[in-house]
Design a protein around this ligand. Structure first.
Ligand SMILES: Cc1cc2nc3c(=O)[nH]c(=O)nc-3n(C[C@H](O)[C@H](O)[C@H](O)COP(=O)(O)O)c2cc1C
Length: 159
């Protein structure tokens, strides 16, 4: 698969097979996350990998019942150093999602959850915050998505 094929093929997955994610795949995904660019190479991120079912159940509750967080065998809590620009997180999360897709896995970024309670649950230290969750597992669906037309979002030589 080319990078372009991966970019076009990735979808947010909200239904997962009851099948664990192999550790070598998980490590490769985290390695892809590690190599994301960041402002001044600050790398203001840390990842809490959650496989434990009880913790995933609690995370699901903190995410207002979004069911796939419990269904996915792995949830990655993407943490940010307080005060850092979340653009950096976007890049590392995109690396996670694209590498996962290349390895045959599905992901969904979750931004709708109680960040304070998630921080407490996961024991994230002061100076850090839980910015996003990413569910990870083998997809049980192939959802479609849409995008705005290129003409609608692109301006050549000025708006
Ligand atoms: C910052 C961010 C936060 C998101 N939060 C949620 C979320 O809380 N729950 C959810 O189901 N999807 C969430 N998504 C997934 C988006 O809904 C999804 O990317 C978008 O609808 C486009 O669909 P696609 O990823 O399948 O192309 C989030 C995506 C991003 C980038």
């Amino acid at each position: 698969m080319t990078v372009f094929q991966v970019i076009l093929g990735r979808r947010s997955i909200r239904k997962y097979l009851d099948k664990p994610v192999e550790d070598d795949k998980l490590l490769k995904i985290l390695e892809a996350a590690r190599w994301a660019p960041s402002s001044r190479n600050s790398q203001p991120w840390a990842f809490v990998v959650v496989k434990n079912e009880e913790t995933r159940r609690k995370l699901k509750e903190l995410a207002y019942g979004q069911d796939f967080i419990l269904q996915a065998p792995v949830v990655i809590a993407v943490c940010s150093k307080k005060g850092s620009n979340w653009v950096n997180l976007g890049l590392t999360m995109q690396n996670i999602c694209l590498e996962a897709y290349e390895l045959g896995l599905g992901t969904c970024i979750v931004g709708w959850f109680d960040r304070e309670k998630a921080k407490e649950l996961l024991g994230v230290p002061d100076g850090w915050e839980v910015a996003y969750l990413i569910s990870l597992g083998y997809a049980a669906t192939s959802p479609k998505s849409t995008r705005k037309k290129l003409e609608e979002i692109t301006h050549w030589e000025g708006w």
